[in-house]
Design a protein. Structure first.
Length: 254
């Protein structure tokens, strides 16, 4: 068996080092060298901007919940069959509020997507500086993974976990509970939103409209929970990277 340190001499019987290496001090660790095409840049500004944009999503979702409740009440009244002129005005008002809520939700969502992806890509590059070999997916998937059908159900989570692990303080314990909970709620909100949109689009009667409004209410509530956790992920990961950058290269004892 060849010595596992110098790779020149035979290892001593029953060991992994040769006689010379067994008594010699270990070679000093190689200096920290980030990949040539990656530079450590502060994620703090983009992290705060992404958190604010996600906060706007939460605010528009709360507005949408109010619109959902208005639609539910009107739909229930229409299902009872007691139509009046006042009910017609309330129905028109509820429909107007619902349309406005959809518009502001879409605007806030688009803004949050832009800010979140800018932050996410910055965090991915920083993570590569911290740990070049600890990433299953290439850097391009930090953006493309969100828009590629089917794989967008798990690629972003995998990339986030790799960023999380690389950004964890040297020698600290890694926990994925926050990321996994956020991702679970995000996936639930995606499917709930699509199901509610189809139900609302195909609703022909007042009772069907009431069911669609309840499904939309559930979708908006889950989206709020997912957005809150997304804010926590952004702020926590930003803080982790900032603190690790201040800590410098891996200490010799780790």
């Amino acid at each position: 068996m060849i010595c596992s340190r110098c790779h020149h001499f035979a290892a001593a019987p029953g060991g992994t080092l040769c006689a010379q290496c067994a008594v010699a001090p270990p070679a000093p660790a190689a200096p920290f060298a980030p990949p040539a095409n990656a530079w450590l840049r502060s994620p703090v500004g983009l992290g705060r901007a992404a958190a604010v944009a996600l906060g706007l999503v939460i605010a528009t979702d709360l507005f949408a919940i109010w619109a959902d409740l208005l639609n539910m009440r009107v739909a229930d009244e229409l299902a009872d069959g007691a139509y009046t002129a006042g009910m017609g005005r309330r129905a028109d008002h509820a429909d107007s509020v619902y349309r406005v809520s959809g518009l502001v939700q879409t605007t806030a969502l688009l803004a949050s997507i832009v800010m979140f992806l800018c932050w996410f890509y910055r965090a991915r590059v920083n993570a590569e500086v911290f740990d070049q070999a600890g990433h299953e997916k290439s850097r391009g998937w930090a953006i493309g993974g969100w828009f590629t059908p089917v794989v967008n159900l798990w690629f972003p989570r995998r990339i986030t976990l790799d960023i999380w692990d690389a950004s964890t303080a040297w020698g600290a314990r890694r926990s994925h509970a926050l990321v996994n909970t956020w991702w679970t709620l995000w996936i639930i909100s995606l499917f709930a939103d699509r199901a509610a949109a189809v139900e609302y689009r195909e609703a022909d009667t007042a009772s069907e409209l009431a069911v669609a409004a309840r499904q939309m209410l559930f979708s908006d509530a889950v989206d709020i929970a997912a957005a809150v956790l997304a804010v926590l992920v952004v702020l926590r990961l930003t803080r982790m990277q900032h603190q690790k950058a201040l800590a410098g290269p891996v200490p010799a004892m780790v």
